[in-house]
Design a protein around this ligand. Sequence first.
Ligand SMILES: C[S@@+](CC[C@H](N)C(=O)[O-])C[C@H]1O[C@@H](n2cnc3c(N)ncnc32)[C@H](O)[C@@H]1O
Length: 498
Amino acid sequence: MLLAIGQKKLRLALLSARKSGSGPRAQHRPGTKPTAQYLGAVASSSERPRVVHHVETKPSVPPNTLPHNDAAIPAWEAGGCLPGPLQHATHPPCPATFHLDSNSVQSESASEPWTHRPYCPDPEPDSKHKTTAYCVFTNATFRRGRGLSVIAPALGPDTGTAATDSGLARAVGQALVAIAASSATTGASDYSDENDQPPVPYAVQPIPGKGLGLVATRRIRRGSVLMVDGAAVLADAAFPGRVRRATGQELLAAAIDRLSSPEDVLGLARSRDYTGGASADAVGEEVDARVAEDVVKTNSFSVEVGGVAVMALFPRIARINHACNPSALTNFNESTLANTVTAFRDIDVGEEITISYSDFGLTSTERRRILLQKWGFQCSCALCSADADTLAASDARRAEMRATGQRVLQRVEAGDFAGAVALNGALVAAVAEEKLVPHLGDHFDVMARLCLAAGDAEGAAKYARKAIAEMKGFYQGAEAEGLAVRELEALVARLERP
Ligand SMILES: C[S@@+](CC[C@H](N)C(=O)[O-])C[C@H]1O[C@@H](n2cnc3c(N)ncnc32)[C@H](O)[C@@H]1O
C-alpha cells in the first residue's frame, strides 16, 4: 500500500505546508487510508494493506448514547449496573440477567449490545508466555439474526477495563447499539443490504485453480455496489500473540459456534483438509478448533474498529478471490460493521469478480512472494499469468508510480510545490495507464492541493473539479456525498468566488 501511504503522507505534508485557513481540511477517505487486507499470518503482519475506507460523515454513535463514563448513562444508572463489557468501576455487572449457560441468550434489548454472557476461557498463564484474558462477546441479532462474535480482552471485575483493554468490545458495542437504534427508527436492516436482494449480479462457482469464486451474471457498471456484508467475527488482531494456542482455538471455536449458522463460516476455504473428506460440521471438536483457526487465517480482512487493529471475517466476501489488477474493491464501514464491495471497473457477464489482497504498489515478484508467504497460495490471476512483456511493463509502471510518489513527497517537504505539481502529473498518467482508476480521484485531489500550495488557483479549481467527477462517478450513493467531495466542492466555490 505504498502508493496510498504516499498519498496520505503527501496530504499531511501539504497540510503542514499550507497556510492556516487557505484550503480544505484533509480527511481520510476512500483510497487514502490503508486498512483492509486478507491475513496470512494472523495478526503479526505489520503491513497496512490496500484499503478503501468509508467516509464517516457523522459520528458513529450519537452523543451520549454510550459514553465512556457512568455519569452519562442514565438508563443503566437506574439499574445500578452495566451490561457485559461496558461495566464500569462504580457500576457492578448485572449478574441477574446472566444465565449459567454461556451460550444462552442474555438479552435482546436494543440498548444492550451483547445477547450472550461473555465466554471467557481461562487464560492459562505460565512462566514463559505473557498471557491476557480474552472473551467472546456475541450479538445474536446482527446480520438479520445470523449474529456477530467479537474476541476482545476481558474486562476486569474491579476496574471495568482490563490492563490491556483495547477498547474493542466497547467500540463494537457502541456501534451495535447505534445500529439497533437506527434500525428501530428507520425500519432499515442492520446494514445496508439492498443490493444483496436476489437476483444478485453474481454467482458463486468453481474457478479453475482457485477453488470457488464470484462470477458476474450480468454486466456490472464501474462504481456500482455488488455486495454489502456484515462482519460475522471481529477479533482483536493482537490476541493470537497474547494467548496460548489452545486458548486461541477455543476462543475462535466459541466465536463461530455462537453464530446462528456456524457452518457458513466453517465451510469457507482453508489451507488444509483436517476432515478426511467429512463435512465441517461432522467432525470432532478438536478438528473444529483447527478448522476455525485456519478458516479465520485464510479468510479474514484486517480492519480497524475504534482505532484497534482487528481481524474481520465477512462470510460472503470471503468467497472473492484475489487479483493483482482486480475488478472490485472493498470498503469497510466502522459504523455499520459492514464491508461493501464496489466494482472497480465495468465487469462483463461471465467475468470473475476479484479484489486485491495485497498492495498495488508492489511489483509482481514482491506480490507473489507475499501472497505465497502470508496467504499460502501461488497467484494465478490474469496479470500474474500474462506474458513476460505485459508483466514487465506493469512492473515498471508500478515501480515508477512508487518512486514518483516518493519524489513528489520530497518536493513537497522541500517547499517546491511547482516541481511537485509537474511530477505528480506523471504519476496521474501512470495510474491511468495501469488502470488503477479508483485512485484517480485521490490523485486529482492531491494535484488540487499542490496547485493551491503553488499559488495556482486556476489549476487547483481544475483538479478539484476532476477529483469531484471521479469520486462521484466511482463512489456512488453515500460515498459521493462524503466529506471529501464536500470539501472539494467548498474549495471550488471559494476559488471561483469573484
Ligand atoms: C478468501 S479465499 C477466496 C475464496 C476461495 N477460493 C473459496 O473457495 O472459498 C482465499 C483462497 O482462495 C484461493 N485464491 C484466491 N485468489 C487466488 C489467486 N489469485 N490465485 C490462486 N488461488 C487463489 C487461495 O486458495 C486462497 O487461500
